[in-house]
Design a protein around this ligand. Structure first.
Ligand code: GCO
Length: 443
């Protein structure tokens, strides 16, 4: 029933930041009050979303935000991680949309009034469709449009933001969106994926420059996701293949930030290599106030006859409702290995959580499986801290059930249950356990 950490753990000090996280497209709805984005278009394309749903209503947070702030407060968290919808705050001509900006100003003011620190992500995948129509992340110009958006919105929000993230998970936008096509905008070509990644990293560097100028008092950084890679056997072929996979899926997005270069396997890309201009890595490699890390699961690889890698299904292993293996040791391994590889700033775990097959029964969701997941993963973070990694905060994904991208509303990640018919929110037992953990911290 409970989530517990050793009482001497730094995570049990009040300085450690506990929060909950969401993203604009996944919860807001209010789609008629903003410009269309690539996820609106993707949802309208038959066969792309498993339940044929879209983000037009979602959790109706655009209208229900006041009660949602009260819900967040009732969980006792120190911080709330949200994202700003670019198509809500910037008009097609590049000017600020006052109505959209006011929505976020009211929300941020309400959070600050309650002492809840706002962690604001500028890009959680909802690219304005009119920008995609001009090539989206394949067009270098988009990086400069993003810088302009970051500049305008950070000036408009003033001192209301505790922390900015430029991007959430460049891997997902670039690889899932432009390389394999299972996310918006649904393009599928290796060169596209690598080019989109490069332009997103460039946009990150450009935006960091304006954030440090406009909002020097906030913690400014980026959020990356990692799926640590393990070899299926200890054969040299599997070990080599796994290293390639790790470079391609994980290191690709972090190495440029700290080392100003892509991994060595860049040389294997040939004609699929992205176009890079002189000076790009100097822009990308900006000092970071923090690094956000999202972790859910690991991946196990075997070598193929062609010298490449193939992920294998861990059929006999415990999994969440979305089919991801539950393997908390990978969380500790990830944090300690990144710490060994790069000169990391303080780390915030910006997402961690589990989709489970929840049942609402007499106003109770008894999600012991999710409680077990959080318990094991918080201990895994604590183990990394004990091994010398600086972790300053942890955010549960997610505050509430929401639109889970290509899975539509079929997968529930919330620590709060949402009835999409009535928009009734019910705190799950995991939410109560998370609240109790936070409240049990030392003075
Ligand atoms: C992510 C995503 C979330 C997903 C979650 C579960 O940043 O990966 O931000 O939007 O809902 O990861 O897949």
């Amino acid at each position: 029933m409970k989530i517990m950490l050793p009482s001497q753990s730094p995570m049990m000090s009040k300085d450690f930041v506990f929060g909950v996280a969401t993203a604009s497209f996944q919860i807001e709805g209010g789609a008629d009050q903003r410009l269309p984005c690539i996820w609106d278009t993707f949802c309208a394309t038959p066969g792309k979303i498993r339940d044929g749903s879209d983000g037009k209503q979602a959790c109706e947070h655009y209208n229900l935000w006041q009660q949602d702030v009260e819900l967040i407060e009732s969980l006792g968290v120190d911080a709330y991680r949200l994202s700003i919808s670019w198509p809500r705050v910037i008009n097609q001509d590049g000017s600020l949309n006052e109505q959209g900006v006011n929505f976020y100003i009211q929300l941020l003011d309400a959070l600050n009034d309650k002492g809840i620190k706002p962690f604001v992500t500028l890009y959680h995948w909802d690219l304005p469709q009119h920008i995609e129509d001009k090539g989206g992340w394949l067009n270098r110009e988009t990086a400069y449009l993003f810088q302009d958006y970051a500049d305008k919105i950070s000036q408009a929000l003033g001192k209301r933001v505790h922390s900015y993230a430029t991007f959430n998970e460049p891997f997902c936008s670039a690889y899932l969106g432009y390389e394999v096509g299972i996310h918006a905008p649904g393009l599928a070509k290796v060169q596209y994926g690598r080019q989109a990644a490069h332009h997103i990293l460039l946009a990150h560097g450009l935006a960091m420059q304006v954030l440090q100028k406009n909002s020097p008092q906030s913690l400014n950084g980026i959020v990356l996701n990692f799926t640590p890679c393990y070899p299926a056997t200890d054969s040299q072929a599997d070990i080599d293949a796994t290293k390639l996979a790790d470079e391609y899926m994980n290191q690709w997005y972090i190495k440029p930030l700290f080392d100003g270069a892509y991994p060595d396997s860049f040389a294997l890309l040939g004609e699929d290599a992205p176009r890079i201009e002189t000076g790009d890595f100097d822009i990308i490699r900006q000092p970071l106030d923090y690094l956000g890390i999202n972790f859910y699961t690991r991946a196990v690889y075997t070598a193929t006859a062609q010298g490449s890698y193939q992920q294998i299904d861990m059929a006999d292993k415990p999994k969440t409702d979305i089919g991801w293996e539950i393997y908390p040791q990978a969380f500790t391994d990830l944090l300690t290995s990144l710490h060994a590889l790069y000169p990391l700033p303080p780390i915030y775990i910006t997402e961690n959580g589990a989709a489970m097959a929840d049942k609402l029964d007499a106003d109770i969701v008894n999600d012991q499986d999710r409680i077990d997941y959080y318990q094991a993963h918080l201990l895994a973070v604590n183990a990394a801290i004990e091994q010398g990694v600086t972790v300053a905060g942890y955010f549960a994904w997610s505050l509430m059930d929401n639109f889970e991208w290509a899975e539509g509303y079929l997968k529930r990640f919330g620590i709060v249950y949402v009835d999409y018919q009535t928009q009734q929110r019910t705190i799950k037992n995991s939410g109560l356990a998370y609240r109790d953990l936070i409240n049990s911290r030392n003075g």
